[in-house]
Each structure stands twice: as C-alpha cells, then as structure tokens.
Design a binder for this molecule. Structure first.
Ligand SMILES: Nc1ncnc2c1ncn2[C@@H]1O[C@H](COP(=O)(O)OP(=O)(O)OP(=O)(O)O)[C@@H](O)[C@H]1O
Ligand SMILES: [Mg+2]
Length: 319
C-alpha cells in the first residue's frame, strides 16, 4: 500500500481555544489510483492532506491521534531530515495558489534546478536541461524565456503550470494536488487537468482535492467525501457516481449541473458546513439533511459498509 492514513485526529489550538478540525479520518491510496477527496469548504480536506507531508503549521495544529504510513513508513514520527528527503522526491505537492510555493525572489529556472540538485546527483547544466524539458511538457510555450522569468512576470495559468512542473519534476510516487485548478479560468482548467492526467505516472498515486465534482468525475478512481471533519462516504468512483449512498453525497451530486460542469463551483446545499468545534450533536449533517429522523440528532453514526461503499448513515439503503 502506497499511502495508509488511519484514524487521523487533528486539532487547532489558538489562544487556549481548541477546535477539532479532523476527526478520525482513514483512507488508503495505492499506486495507479486517483483518490478524489471532496466536500464543501471548511470540511477538513486540506488539513487532512497537508498532514501527510507534515506541512501543517504545528502549532497551532496538533495531530492528537492516528497514523500516516507511506510505503510502509510512519511519517508522523519520521525524523525531519528523512521527511525532507521524501518531500518532493517521493511525495510531490501541488498547491492551489502557485505564489505560496514559488519564491518571488528567484527566477523559475533556478527554482526548478534547485529542487533537482537537492535530490539528484546532476550537473547544473543537466538540471537546467531537465527543468527546460519539464516546462515544455507542462505546455509553457517558450521554456527558455520562462527559465529566466520571475514568477510575477507570468500569468496565473503559467504560474500554475510551473507549480505542476515543480510538483512532478522528481517523478514522485505520491502526488498531493490541493485544488490545483480552482484559481484558473475554465478553459485553462481543462488544459491543466488534461495535463495532470497525462503526466501522472501510471504507477504513482494521486490525491486530488477539490470542491468540484465535475473535476473528480473525470479523474478519480476512488472518491472520499468529507463533511465537518469526518469521512461520510468512500467508494469506487464508478459506483459512487452511479449510486451515491450518503444523503450528503447525494445532495452534492444533485447540486452539480449535469453537463459542462468543469470549472464551476458547486451550488449551495441549504445551510452551511458547521465550523470546526461547533458540530451539532448526533449526525453532523442532520440539520441540513433532507431525510433526517429524530434519532439522527442524538446518535453519532459510524462509517459502515453499505452496498460496497463505506457510509456514515444508518438509513442509507444499499442498492
Ligand atoms: N491555522 C488554523 N487555525 C485554526 N483553525 C484552522 C486553521 N487552519 C484550518 N483550520 C480549520 O480547520 C477546518 C478545516 O479546514 P480545511 O482548510 O482543511 O478545509 P477545506 O476542506 O480544505 O476547505 P476549502 O475547500 O475551503 O479549502 C476549518 O474549520 C478551518 O477553520
Ligand atoms: Mg482546502
């Protein structure tokens, strides 16, 4: 198993106030799989994903329970120098906002070459050639000009392409892409997604985080749905889209326009995701759920097998 995340609990502590952002999340990801992690804003997708390479700010974040095994090794207790060797080389991260991970002070060529030189035994000239090659592969029209540009000299779409090159240049075994296309306009989104699909190595695993059901329906082999810090459903993509079981998953899919969804945000489901620390009693979705029963406000449901899916709702019907 490439990635095995188990019973992860993450909380934030700000000025003595503790909020539980992620509550017992578990999933696995194998080579060749694309796991789509979906759910509305604030449900804990990024916090879960960024805990894998330990990129959460700690403090205020604290992982209070759980384990993250990557290729058999526990990452949560791995000494930092070893973890740094894995980051980039074996675990690539593509963030939503390119400018948070590109340095404004250095030219693109230097930043890409640095990543290579840090992890590979290459000459400076060979690193530059590889960087140029990857800029071409991500569809930068003039890689030579791009090598000598600063990030702010590039358009948003070009910056995002550079980010993707940066995340993939070491050909990592696991790629974590957090909303890799949300900042881009619709036509560029489609191009970038196609690019990621093409460049994604057959034997690597991709964790794709997005609000956008249209995007995951095109790319994911497996789906995990989060709501209020917990997983509420997990299933193979084909089965999920054919017969979603959790009322929240059903609502998410019903909110998705049937055609040409790419690039659009989900329509709202009535009400809002409760903020971390203010979850309702019983089922965390009960106050927005169209099929809730009185008992749903009392008993927190467990994530249980239901017709080949894992579903956190005792009233979901196996089809
Ligand atoms: N530094 C922080 N301090 C306190 N709370 C935080 C911090 N970072 C995240 N949180 C809380 O953790 C919860 C989960 O946030 P997260 O960023 O994982 O959501 P998300 O599902 O990625 O949402 P989005 O789709 O908007 O990116 C939120 O309630 C958020 O307020
Ligand atoms: Mg996020």
């Amino acid at each position: 198993m490439l990635l095995d995340l188990s019973d992860l609990h993450i909380q934030f502590e700000n000025e003595g106030q503790v909020t539980r952002a992620v509550d017992g999340v578990s999933f696995t990801l194998d080579r060749g799989q694309v796991l789509g992690l979906v759910g509305e804003s604030g449900c804990g997708k990024s916090v879960s994903a960024m805990s894998i390479p330990r990129l959460l700010p700690m403090p205020p974040a604290r992982i209070t329970r759980g384990s993250v095994r990557f290729d058999g090794r526990e990452l949560l207790t791995l000494p930092l120098p070893e973890l740094r060797r894995l980051r980039g080389a074996r675990i690539g991260v593509i963030f939503q906002d390119a400018l948070t991970s590109l340095s404004p002070l250095h030219r693109i060529g230097r930043q890409l070459a640095e990543v290579l030189l840090l992890h590979r035994d290459l000459s400076a000239a060979a690193a530059r050639d590889t960087a140029r090659d990857w800029l071409g592969r991500v569809g930068i029209p003039d890689p030579d000009a791009c090598l000598t540009s600063y990030p702010h000299e590039l358009s948003g779409g070009m910056q995002q392409r550079v980010m993707i090159a940066m995340g993939l240049i070491l050909e990592p075994d696991l790629v974590i892409a957090d909303e890799p296309t949300t900042a881009l306009d619709v036509t560029i989104q489609a191009q970038v997604l196609n690019l990621m699909r093409r460049l994604h190595r057959q034997n690597a695993g991709l964790l794709l985080i997005t609000h956008d059901m249209g995007v995951v329906s095109q790319m994911a082999t497996r789906i995990a749905v989060m709501y209020a810090g917990q997983l509420v459903e997990q299933a193979d993509a084909a089965s999920f889209f054919a017969t979603p079981r959790h009322p929240y998953s059903i609502a998410l899919l019903e909110a998705m326009p049937s055609a040409a969804t790419r690039g659009r945000r989900l329509k709202a489901i009535p009400g809002q995701v409760p903020s971390a620390g203010h979850f309702p009693s019983g089922c965390r979705f009960h106050d927005r759920c169209p099929v809730a029963r009185p008992s749903c406000a009392q008993t927190p449901p467990k994530l249980e097998p239901c017709g080949g899916h894992l579903v956190r709702c005792p009233y979901a019907t196996p089809v």
